[in-house]
Design a protein around this ligand. Structure first.
Ligand code: F6P
Length: 324
């Protein structure tokens, strides 16, 4: 094996640059040529490659985003797109591919492997933390810290005005961000995609807080929460069904994906990058690297794609107890 190519794909996540740095330097350390691919699978289809060296990744461990850029590629969903991608890899004598991204990107990678037998390794990087086979995805810890910092700021204005705030956080299918930041920032209620806690419960909880002397409250709502109402509809519902609340909405949006990665994410990215290259050298392929009980371990890509992560139900109970 001589050349390893890698790309970042799907939604960006803080720590992707630290991952690019780790993969690049692990390649150089092992006398392999690292090749970066721009704009995810789109760059693979268009042959947008750059040979890297240890110095091409200097000064990026602390940078948010991804120097390689990213994309949600529609071209790679087509047979024709994947054929062009394969031809580009062959033309450039690239032996294997590391995909830094989420489960959608891994699905593309596995289809590609099945069609063309290119060895593939996945490195999980998404703020959603919704990938089976790892307790933490790269970017998740940073996003949690960003969200908690922002909620703290919103709490300042909420308590100054005696207001109720509905704060929407990312997570169309996963409530990990909502649940952890909700507990970390002391939210009154947390609404997530995995459990329908019901609107009655929300109303009862807010009534109880008023009765017990709370003057302001924060409700965290994941993008895909199960009540079926979005954050604005939830505010309207409370306006219609509860007296005495002055409610506002804040949608945090893409600021959750930006910023300098936390130390945890930088270390995780470095460990996963090294493990990904080691695995390819040892001919272990079609796997995803993941963090399990403090160790970096491998999970078959197929399992990582098909498996579902579970929310930590203990946090729901802790949140209940904390919001009395
Ligand atoms: O998968 C990461 C994520 O940030 C989700 O939490 C969010 O729902 C989605 O990406 C937003 O995607 P886009 O940036 O394409 O709008």
């Amino acid at each position: 094996m001589k050349k390893i190519a890698f790309l970042t794909s799907g939604g960006d996540a803080p720590g992707m640059n630290a991952t690019i740095r780790a993969v690049t330097r692990a390649c150089v350390y092992n006398n392999l040529t690292p090749v970066g691919i721009y704009r995810g699978f789109d760059g693979l289809i268009n042959g947008d490659f750059v040979e890297m060296n240890a110095r091409s990744v200097k000064g990026i461990i602390n940078k948010g985003g991804t120097i390689l850029k990213t994309a949600r590629s529609s071209g790679f969903r087509t047979k024709d797109g994947r054929k062009k991608a394969y031809e580009n890899l062959k033309k450039n004598n690239i032996d294997s591919l590391i995909i830094i991204g989420g489960d959608g990107s891994f699905t593309g990678g596995l289809i590609f492997h099945n069609e063309y037998n290119i060895p593939v390794i996945g490195i999980p990087a998404t703020i959603d933390n919704d990938i089976f086979g790892t307790s933490h995805t790269i970017g998740y810890d940073t996003a949690l810290n960003t969200v908690v910092e922002v909620i703290d700021k919103i709490r300042d204005t909420a308590s100054s005005h005696n207001r109720l705030f509905f704060i929407e956080v990312m997570g169309k299918d996963a409530g990990h961000i909502a649940l952890n930041t909700g507990v970390g920032a002391g939210a009154e209620e947390i609404l997530i995609p995995e459990e329908n806690l019901g609107l009655d419960r929300l109303v009862e909880s807010l009534k109880r807080s008023k009765a017990t002397g709370k003057s302001s409250s924060i409700v965290i709502v994941a993008e895909g929460d199960k009540t079926g109402k979005n954050v604005f509809e939830l505010k309207d519902y409370v306006d219609e069904n509860l007296d005495g609340y002055d409610a506002r909405v804040s949608v945090l949006g893409h600021l959750q994906r930006g910023g300098s990665p936390s130390c945890f994410d930088r270390v995780l990215a470095s460990r996963m990058g090294v493990k990904a290259v080691d695995s390819l050298i040892q001919n272990k392929t079609n796997l995803m690297v993941g963090l399990k009980d403090g160790l970096i371990e491998l999970t078959p890509l197929e399992k990582a794609i098909k498996g579902k992560t579970n929310i930590n139900k203990e946090l729901l109970r802790v949140s209940d107890i904390m919001s009395i």
